[in-house]
Write a protein that binds this ligand. Structure first.
Ligand SMILES: [Zn+2]
Length: 82
């Protein structure tokens, strides 16, 4: 169950973690209390960091794949020169 709230701009239901309404683009921030603002910004930062980390891991694993391929071809090469 996704936590939702009502947009102050258009009255539609939007996911609570959205900072902007996807329907009308109204920022939820202005309708929030200070605590909610901080929480929303913090959640967003946390999500960005998580995305960033996933991206890094993906990049690392593709680098590992490349290295493995390189190693395979080296091994193949040395086998041929025996
Ligand atoms: Zn809206």
């Amino acid at each position: 169950m996704i936590p939702v709230c009502i947009c102050g701009g258009c009255g539609r239901t939007i996911e609570k973690e959205f900072i902007y309404c996807p329907w009308c683009g109204v920022s939820k921030i202005s309708a929030m209390s200070e605590d909610d603002k901080m929480e929303a910004i913090f959640n967003r930062l946390e999500k960005l960091q998580k995305d960033n980390r996933n991206e890094k891991i993906e990049k690392m694993s593709s680098t590992l794949d490349d290295l493995k391929r390189e190693l395979d071809s080296l091994v193949l090469c040395s086998e041929m020169h025996k």
